[in-house]
Write a protein that binds this ligand. Structure first.
Ligand SMILES: [Zn+2]
Length: 76
């Protein structure tokens, strides 16, 4: 059972290890999808939030993506 992506396993695992921007970016899609679906994304992917708080670049990317996803859902 080693087919879980490394970055994801690290997020789901214990500890509050912060993600790198690369890992954050990789997971941002899923994170935003959860948020848009009304799921508690911060709980589902605990490693993301601390990084977004500390990294303006990724936070910007997150905001833009969330906007996009929400627009997309509204137009459906
Ligand atoms: Zn970052």
């Amino acid at each position: 059972m080693t087919d879980t992506p490394r970055a994801l396993r690290r997020i789901l695992g214990p500890g509050e290890q912060e993600l790198s921007c690369e890992e954050c970016f990789e997971l941002l899609d899923s994170y935003v999808d959860l948020e848009a679906a009304g799921v508690d994304a911060g709980q589902a992917m605990p490693g993301m939030w601390p990084h977004l708080l500390g990294c303006p670049a990724c936070a910007d990317e997150h905001d833009a993506l969330l906007e996009l996803v929400r627009d997309d859902e509204r137009s459906r």
